[in-house]
Design a protein around this ligand. Sequence first.
Ligand code: 5AD
Ligand code: SF4
Length: 461
Amino acid sequence: MTEATGTAPRKRLLIRTWGCQMNVYDSARMADVLAPLGYAPTEAAEEADMVILNTCHIREKATEKVFSDLGRLREAKQAKGGDMVIAVAGCVAQAEGAEITARAPWVDIVLGPQSYHRLPEMVARASRAAGAVIETEFPPEDKFDHLPETTAPQGVTAFLTVQEGCDKFCSFCVVPYTRGSEYSRPAEAVIAEAKRLVALGAREITLLGQNVNAWHGEGPDGRAWTLGRLLRRLAEIPGLARLRYTTSHPRDMDDDLIAAHGDTPAIMPFLHLPVQSGSDRILKMMNRGHTADDYRRLVDRLRAARPDLALSTDIIAGHPGESDADHEATMALIRDTGFAQAFSFKYSARPGTPAATMAGQAAEEVKDSRLAEIQALLRDQQAEFNRSRGGMVVEVLVTGPGRHPGQMAGRTPWLQPVHFDGLANLAGRIVPVKILAGHPNSLSGAMAAPVNTEPRERPAA
Ligand code: 5AD
Ligand code: SF4
């Protein structure tokens, strides 16, 4: 985040972020937008002049947490004599603007994900207005054209939003309603932002989008580009060592993108590819547009292109209509595929989505026991994958100091966090680390004999 500059009075900004990495990216951009107004970051609500809750609407639990946080913020605001601007941003704001102002009238600003560039104006309006200022309607092109360029120093790993929205309308999901239809940022804008991030210190960039592999646009060469071509172009940026992208839909994995995994070493051998269910009947009810075997074949093709590719996925337990046999089909798909990591969720009915009113809503106990089975299997697979790295020398991108003195932290090509004994000041370097142990969620190791594993040099400052 940026420190306050110029003569603007110094104010304190607290941003709390829920949900996906797109929200993490958006929170950083909101901090960028507010920095010129004198807002510097704080972690403490009591001293904040402005608090932004950047929210997630995807499951009911996430939404309820926002309302309980708002209850606590009311007290903090009262303790400061009302001298605190409270804003609710993100998908809950988009979907439930009216409910927020009704349930929590101490909220000053409600803004949807496409309105972040308008924050300064909204802060000014909020200080004059009696009621809440609400903005939930702007097209994404407007936002990206008006957000300031990132100038704050970046970590070694950075996010870059290239795509927003979703036209897939999976039965259970609110995203098409809260984030709107699919929009791709122009290639030139993405390349320029990636270069800026690298100049600011990023060595790994993760491209973000709700349907990131649906990204398409006109390339600088005037041709129609899809994500594979964009990744190949980004891989040419000097100093950028690693590329990732998330989240992908199986339907949008085109031949060129699969090939790029094989011919572009900067694309890391790890892919988050949600499958949601292993039952064709449920996949159909979910409107996913693919079968379980389509997914298996896709994974085979990806692994043929990049044999060391590891996969991550999302699974939903207890979608309406799911039988024991459907659940078993999901377990079978997980067993067949073998995931290095995964996120699994109990189905949560979201108002306004088709699944919410489908017949055959599963009982909570059924959802709980299926989820527990799924999670036990996924946990075993993750632990096994981590253990399988034991004894290997892997290239680790050093992200900073580790938890203990004399330790460094980094991540492997497969996105596993690694702690290893090593010298300080290696942040941003890619070093060989011998993995000594695989734990449930991380690895530990020691620096191996220094060999030249730097894919490319950093650009001159
Ligand atoms: N209930 C449970 N999980 C959901 N997800 C999306 N909507 C729901 C819902 N209504 C999960 C999907 C998606 C991930 C981000 O959240 O697995 O891929
Ligand atoms: Fe939601 Fe499906 Fe779109 Fe993913 S593809 S954001 S699950 S509607």
